[in-house]
Write a protein that binds this ligand. Structure first.
Ligand SMILES: CC(C)(COP(=O)(O)OP(=O)(O)OC[C@H]1O[C@@H](n2cnc3c(N)ncnc32)[C@H](O)[C@@H]1OP(=O)(O)O)[C@@H](O)C(=O)NCCC(=O)NCCS
Length: 423
């Protein structure tokens, strides 16, 4: 049986599942039908453990409804039941970077990065319960060259290994967006410089469209720095967790640090506190996994005044890159933490560097090797961080404008702000 055929073969139930299904007096075949639908294991577990709710009738009717819907290749919006399906797809779709195959795994929460974005939608291409392709769009109001413009980030493009060059990414591109979608008049995306495959694909899918539609396409680069966390960082007694009444000062510092860069929208107290609420405020049910919240945001105080602030997102908890060299067989894993929402008072680069050093200690504690920070336009801060060997990583940044009838919008990005939620 070849790889593709095996992929669509229904998974077999475990002996333990069979025993439990019998104990629940499930009709013959119900468990196998659930597995054939690729219902997530937690959902099957929930049904097998149910005491009264959902009832057997409910489970059976859900399964038969899904069977009627799962009839072939189709594209849809991802749901909260797609976590395992999506993680499985990411684990089986590698990028080729020179001699390296790089698989960006996203698990256990494949939506962790999206949690930090605005108005995001995940489009999924599925065949008989197996995810074969995905892409993500996230839209927000922003500024470019001082003009208010809506921007749409595109990312997360993946087609499963073994299913490439079948036109699947074109299908995803051509499928309509969500009715609840945000429309960015400027679309933009990042591509790794070494990813020639993606660049050929983009030039086929987008560059030609831009040329024939008259839409402007800007090509530039964006750089972030990776700081070595293996040195252990430096805890600083002046650093403490943020409190709600600190936010106005944090907003002031963040806006002063990045204000004027393209793709940066100044924060307000409300927008920063919304970000730290991590989806919604108040108690969260256990199935809403924590991504980045108030506990991750720190401030550094000097003489009773906050002079630097910044958050630490443990990206590596849910996103990790597995690098494998096709020639030498060498393997390595890259999992990072990210510096988010940071800012400092004029002349306080040293204090910002101290706060970053503090976060580096936390990064190491989390078991991550690297702290990523967008320092491209902050050379004086980067200079203070030489002890952790800032390693620049540059990606292509492409941005497409919009032309319909007499409306023509040029992207005009010159100095891009990089929010690592979109990297
Ligand atoms: C890039 C990717 C999404 C393309 O998906 P796909 O379904 O194979 O692409 P399609 O079959 O729809 O190809 C459409 C066209 O793009 C171009 N194209 C696609 N893959 C290409 C490749 N490897 N080399 C050159 N051109 C390519 C071709 O012109 C192709 O049309 P054709 O097959 O009729 O010649 C897929 O290869 C992938 O998942 N790669 C790994 C992850 C990645 O790099 N993502 C992009 C990050 S920015």
């Amino acid at each position: 049986m070849d790889e593709k055929t095996t992929l669509f073969t229904s998974p077999a139930p475990t002996p333990e599942q069979v025993v439990r299904a019998e104990a629940k007096q499930w009709p013959d075949g119900l468990l196998e039908r659930m597995l054939a639908l690729r219902l997530p294991l937690w959902k099957i577990e929930e049904s097998l453990s149910a005491e009264g709710f959902p009832t057997l009738d409910m489970i059976e009717s859900q399964v038969s409804d899904r069977e009627r819907l799962a009839s072939g290749l189709f594209i849809r919006e991802a749901t909260w039941e797609d976590d395992e399906r999506l993680s499985d797809l990411f684990a089986d779709s590698s990028e080729r970077l020179g001699d390296w195959d790089v698989t960006v795994e996203r698990s256990p929460n494949p939506y962790a990065q999206q949690r930090l974005q605005e108005n995001w939608h995940v489009k999924l291409l599925e065949d008989r319960g197996v995810a074969l392709g995905v892409n993500v769009q996230a839209g927000r109001s922003s500024f470019i060259g001082g003009r208010p413009l809506s921007v749409g980030w595109m990312g997360g493009w993946r087609v499963r290994n073994g299913f490439r060059r079948l036109g699947y990414s074109s299908m995803l591109l051509n499928a309509p967006g969500s009715a609840a979608g945000h429309f960015g008049v400027v679309s933009y995306w990042y591509v790794r410089l070494e990813n020639g495959m993606a660049q050929s694909w983009i030039s086929h899918e987008v560059t030609d469209v831009a040329a024939t539609s008259g839409r402007a396409l800007d090509k530039l680069t964006a750089t972030v720095h990776h700081l070595d966390a293996t040195t252990g960082g430096r805890l600083d007694g002046r650093v403490r967790r943020v409190r709600p009444h600190d936010l106005a000062r944090c907003v002031e510092l963040i806006n002063a640090t990045h204000g004027g860069l393209d793709l940066f929208r100044p924060y307000s107290v409300e927008s920063l506190s919304g970000r730290l609420d991590d989806l919604f405020w108040g108690p969260k049910p256990p199935f809403i996994a924590r991504v980045y919240d108030w506990d991750d945001m720190a401030v550094l105080e000097e003489d009773g005044e906050i002079v630097a602030c910044g958050g630490l997102w443990d990206r590596g908890r849910d996103v990790r890159e597995r690098w494998r060299n096709r020639t030498s067989g060498e393997e390595r894993t890259v999992d990072t933490a990210c510096l988010m929402d940071f800012g400092f008072a004029p002349g306080h680069e040293g204090d910002m560097a101290a706060l970053i050093g503090h976060h580096l200690a936390a990064t190491r504690e989390l078991g991550r090797t690297t702290l990523s920070a967008p320092l491209e336009f902050l050379p004086s801060l980067e200079a203070r961080l030489q002890w952790v060997k800032p390693e620049p990583e540059t990606r292509l940044l492409e941005a497409m404008g919009f032309t319909v009838a007499d409306q023509h919008i040029e992207p005009g990005i010159a100095r891009p702000y990089t929010d690592l939620a979109y990297w």
